[in-house]
Design a protein. Sequence first.
Length: 256
Amino acid sequence: MTDAAQIIILFLIGCLAGFINVNAGGGSSLTLPALIFLGLESSVANGTNRIAILIQNIFAITSFKKEKVSDFKNSIILSLFTLPGAVVGALAAVRIDDLLFKRILGIVMIGIVLSIVLGKRGKQSSNTAPSQRPRWLLYASLFGIGFYGGFLQVGVGFLIMAALYHLMQTSLVRVNMHKVFIIFIYTIPALIIFISTGNVNWGLGLTLAAGNSLGAWWGARAAVKGGEKVIRIILIVAILIMAAKLLGTETLFLTR
């Protein structure tokens, strides 16, 4: 594959991933394997993907703000609880064995698909959020989510959406608004750790970031204008994409 072909493919994958990330989650289940298939070691792919995640969420936050959907005060408070976990998770990610990381990635992706599909049973009406739970439970969950996001990132959007939707009394549109801000904040220290340990490919990272950013911009607009119905449709599409990967290319990880 030529360098030009790699750039085009990675940009297009980034566009799709950015759109999915903002509306549901799981976009990194496309981008992280793509980076590994292009020849990057798993730790470098993990770090390189963070460039796209960081820039993507800047565009998503800006787009939500333009659509008059923002709550920076609460978003910052929620984000701060993910920071300690994200730092510890990123430090663990740069030290883990390459093959073990790939196996963890495969298992996590299968778990994400199963949890989302099974979690659809008995859900509430799309216009009704669950009753608000104790704030300490939310903050404890965010610490754990921060660790997972710093370590792997794949599917973290689903975890944040589940935590915010089930532990706060808010709509899916506002959940997504908080989600992109939270991921933006905890990605900063995680990316610094990957950069300082030499686990970033800037060329591929910036190419992917360009695609992610475009997808995220339009994804935020679609989330606000389409509301919960659009988000749920995209969530289903994201699940199908991950399922297709798990039945095909993802198995290559574990046999190489």
